[in-house]
Write a protein that binds this ligand. Structure first.
Ligand code: AP5
Ligand code: NA
Length: 345
């Protein structure tokens, strides 16, 4: 059972995307020069993908967007609405309606910025066997501006929160908003959490990532993302533990609260890195027949983590709940859940 948490204690910013998910043959990926486990941003040459998925591959529509996924999962576990507030930009269309409905049904307090004449963002989820390749067409999500956070009612929500979570993905959209939320968190001595999100963020958006990092109290990432960060920093490649230690040792605005890195590695143990210590948290491996798809596993891990973190629980409990949540959504399509949460501390 969860302790009661106050409304709006957690604020997140990200890209609200509707996932268009389908099983496709390998040559579909080849046609668009994509690899089996990519996470990329759509260029003009990728635009026909979305229509093709719907017309030729019986695509499913699922609420997506990394931060919104995590916050939905946190709400599910908390069983108490409106703990989490979400900001992001959508268009004025049917997809925005679907996203809002799913987010609100999950208990999220959504405050979308709405851009007329730009379609809501979508993410193609191309499933080939146990792999999934993502191609995000940010569209309206890319139009998020800082003035949305400066509207008095939204500013009050940001000021009122005690925990802040923003994806690395949002670095491609609006770094000034990230810096503003980070500065608020810092001024109020409240935790600011980020995610490395995808290798391309470290490869192509290192400057804004490095600008935000000094404010980051907890950084999440998976193996490939940590390796991409290390490579972009020209650190000797290899050991994930060493990468984690270097990551937590980087410049920090508030040295009184040393940075923590939490690195997931699929069914291998989650690493919790704090200063020179590395702790491992085992993952209960699922049998092949239990796995529907791993899409959203990393997002769900963060959601489970946040659900406990906002209750002031220990990192140990937060990580175990992260693993619980990820394990659950792997048994469901996309980043969706079924039934009541069964996490026991
Ligand atoms: P996707 O990348 O599929 O989701 P994810 O949450 O990152 O999940 P992954 O499957 O990639 O997991 P991971 O590699 O991060 O974690 P790990 O395997 O270590 O993306 C989903 C969403 O991203 C979509 O909804 C889309 O909208 C959004 N998106 C794409 N581009 C975007 C953009 N530009 N902006 C915003 N949003 C965007 O696993 C994590 C945990 O899972 C482990 O610690 C463990 O607990 C569990 N786990 C994993 N494998 C197993 C296993 N075999 N058995 C048991 N547990 C397991
Ligand atoms: Na899933």
């Amino acid at each position: 059972m969860c302790d009661r948490v106050r409304e709006g204690i957690l604020v997140g910013c990200g890209n609200p995307l509707l996932d268009i998910s389908a099983v496709v043959p390998l040559n579909f990926l080849q046609k668009y020069s994509m690899n089996e486990d990519d996470a990329i941003l759509a260029e003009d040459r990728h635009m026909p993908i979305y229509g093709e998925l719907v017309e030729d591959y019986q695509a499913e529509f699922l609420a997506g967007g990394s931060v919104q996924n995590s916050l939905r999962i946190a709400q599910w576990i908390l069983r108490q609405p409106r703990v989490a507030v979400f900001f992001g930009c959508v268009g004025e269309d049917r997809y925005a309606g679907i996203l809002k409905e799913k987010a609100q049904a999950a208990g999220l307090d959504v405050h979308y910025q709405v851009k007329k004449d730009v379609p809501t963002g979508t993410c193609a989820v191309l499933i080939t066997g146990t792999h999934r390749s993502l191609c995000a067409n940010l569209a309206a999500a890319n139009n998020f501006t800082i003035d949305h956070l400066e509207e008095p009612s939204n500013k009050a929500l940001v000021d009122n929160a005690q925990y802040y979570y923003i994806s690395g993905f949002f670095l491609t959209v609006n770094p000034p908003s990230i810096m503003q939320v980070a500065a608020t968190a810092h001024a109020k001595q409240r935790p600011f959490l980020m995610n490395l999100s995808a290798p391309f963020i470290s490869q192509f958006y290192m400057a804004p990532l490095l600008a935000a990092l000094p404010y980051v109290d907890i950084i999440f990432g998976n193996e490939a993302e940590a390796q991409a960060f290390a490579e972009a920093q020209q650190w000797p490649s290899g050991d994930l533990r060493e990468i984690g230690k270097r990551l937590v040792a980087m410049e920090k605005k508030n040295p009184a609260r040393p940075r923590i890195a939490i690195l997931t590695q699929g069914c291998d143990p989650v690493l919790l890195i704090q200063q020179d210590s590395v702790q491992e948290f085992p993952v209960t491996k699922l049998a092949v027949h239990e796995i529907v798809d791993t899409n959203g596993a990393g997002d769900a891990f963060v959601g489970g983590f946040l659900s406990q973190f906002v209750q002031g629980k220990s990192l140990d409990v937060c990580i175990r709940c992260g693993n619980y949540a990820a394990g659950h959504i792997i048994k469901n399509p996309g980043c969706t859940y079924s039934g009541e949460p069964e996490f026991v501390e």
